[in-house]
Design a protein around this ligand. Structure first.
Ligand code: ARG
Length: 506
């Protein structure tokens, strides 16, 4: 019966043990077809690589391989043409691809493709390849984002702005200094994605269902064909663990957290009250009721959607914590949160890139705000320590008193007359302190303050220019490493494709 082509078409060849089929509702409930739609071609690649290996090892004949490869390539062409439908009676992509070859060339040939593998190692292989490809794409996007930040920072090494802690004026800084902070964050994200790539670009295929296979397979060979740099060895580890997913989701969550904080800065700084920035019209929306509105909706959505990315990480942790070792169906739930997090982070990077690239900076307003609110109080305290021998605590206490007096007099700290300064020193310290008026003005000037903070990592233009040069070089290094990975994959892909076209039916 099984030999008869036509009969097999309707038989579920995966359910010999069972006499009833799954009901539609149950099949839908346990199905991963929606997520699998993204990995159809990867799955075809994996089956092809596996079968090239089976032939190399003498497990299938050249004639069988030729048919299998031809069938698989036809499945790929049908998929691209929209002709391969994901039959909802099947619960995932793997039997759909296997069945395609069986329907075409019979069970005697098509029924051999699964020797020495299982869906458990196969799905792991598919997902690692998908994540690897997406990781490279996200890295490229981050490289572009960092370049936008670098270009903007180069224009703004002297653009003075208030720096905040607790959302209160802290110290004066420059826009370049602010942007450089996030350049460093994103460079670390790039490093992290690179490390994840290196840790996980390893071949799970051939672990089979749990404990390996008695077929004499060659896992190194499939690793080479699929562009992996090594093998994920322990077969129990391969089918049981999803720590790669946790790591990947954590990396995405970290990126989302940073993008969300930038989004928050952009939202706040573009309010009427701050008025330091203005977003381009094509990144804002208006109100259906209030005609005057210019709402930063896409930027707010970067902030809002970060929640979904964090929940992906939580989702995976919670899904994993209670399941026993070995493959369990729960592991199928690795895909939906990861897919969602990847999509969100990719889109969010682009929105922030667009937002930054088209931002209007109100330098006048930034300077105006920096001149307010006694932002150079710490400069004065430090100056007094260096000039008068006061301890920092004494100087801090004294300047606190000076700020209080300035507020009472309706002045800024740097407007305090020398006479008043002297008097307050006498009151607070019980000691005479004099400071040259011009010197006082200089020390409390927010722009000059920036120039004086030339230490490593500080806002002085000479230092931010040094950092910019350094980070530009670092970005080039990261980009070169990325290119190397892409080239290596393309080379593996080239060899793999050539094998397929040489060995398929002529
Ligand atoms: N669709 C499954 C997943 O995504 C493939 C592996 C199924 N394995 C199994 N033993 N049911 O995880």
């Amino acid at each position: 019966m099984l030999n008869n082509h036509n009969n097999n078409k309707d038989k579920n060849l995966w359910r010999g043990r069972l006499s009833e089929s799954l009901g539609t509702e149950t099949a839908q409930f346990i199905s991963s077809l929606k997520e699998d739609a993204r990995i159809v071609e990867i799955d075809i690649d994996v089956v092809e690589a596996h079968n090239l290996m089976l032939h190399k090892q003498g497990i299938i004949t050249e004639a069988e391989l030729a048919k299998i490869l031809t069938g698989l390539e036809q499945a790929r062409a049908d998929w691209r043409a929209g002709k391969l439908k994901l039959d909802p009676k099947q619960i995932d992509i793997h039997p759909i691809i296997e069945k395609y070859v069986i329907d075409l060339y019979g069970i005697e040939v098509g029924g051999k493709t699964h020797c020495g593998k299982s869906r458990n190692d196969q799905v792991m292989t598919d997902v690692l390849i998908y994540l690897r490809n997406q990781g490279l794409g996200l890295s490229r996007q981050l490289v572009e984002l960092v370049q936008v930040f670098l270009d903007m920072a180069k224009e703004h090494t002297e653009t003075v702005m208030p720096g905040y802690t607790h959302t209160q004026h802290a110290q004066s800084t420059t826009l370049a200094h602010y942007l450089l902070a996030y350049i460093d964050v994103f460079l670390r994200d790039l490093e992290r994605l690179g490390q994840i790539y290196e840790r996980w670009n390893k071949n799970p295929l051939g672990a089979c269902a749990f404990g390996g296979t008695t077929f004499n397979i060659d896992r190194k060979y499939t690793a080479g064909l699929l562009g992996f740099d090594g093998i994920l060895e322990n077969t129990i580890d391969v089918v049981s663990n999803r720590d790669f997913a946790l790591e990947y989701a954590a990396a995405l969550a970290i990126i989302a957290a940073s993008l969300s904080r930038i989004a928050e800065d952009l939202v706040v700084w573009s309010t009427y009250e701050f008025n330091m920035l203005e977003l381009a019209d094509n990144l804002t929306d208006t109100s259906s009721a209030m005609p005057q509105k210019k709402n930063p909706c896409p930027i707010e959505m970067v902030r809002g959607k970060a929640a979904g990315v964090f929940s992906a990480l939580m989702n995976l942790l919670i899904m994993l914590k209670g399941i026993p070792t070995g493959y369990n169906k729960d592991l199928q739930e690795t895909k939906p949160p990861l897919w969602q997090a990847i999509d969100t982070v990719g889109a969010s990077i682009n929105i922030i890139k667009l937002g930054m690239g088209t931002l209007k900076v109100n330098e006048k307003r930034m300077l105006e705000l920096t001149r307010k609110n006694h932002i150079t109080a710490i400069d004065l305290a430090e100056f007094l320590v260096m000039e008068t021998g006061l301890s920092f605590r004494e100087a801090h206490f004294l300047v606190g008193g000076l700020v209080q007096a300035a507020i009472k007099d309706g002045l800024q700290l740097n407007q305090l007359p020398a006479k008043r300064f002297k008097m307050i020193c006498r009151d607070i310290l019980d000691r005479e302190l004099e400071i040259d008026e011009a010197k006082f003005k200089e020390v409390t000037d927010p722009k000059l303050s920036i120039m004086r903070r030339q230490g490593i990592g500080g806002p002085a233009p000479v230092e931010t220019r040094r950092m910019l040069k350094d980070r530009q070089a670092k970005l080039a290094e990261i980009e070169a490493a990325l290119k190397e990975k892409e080239n290596k994959l393309a080379k593996a892909q080239g060899y793999f494709r050539q094998q397929v076209s040489e060995l398929r039916l002529k």
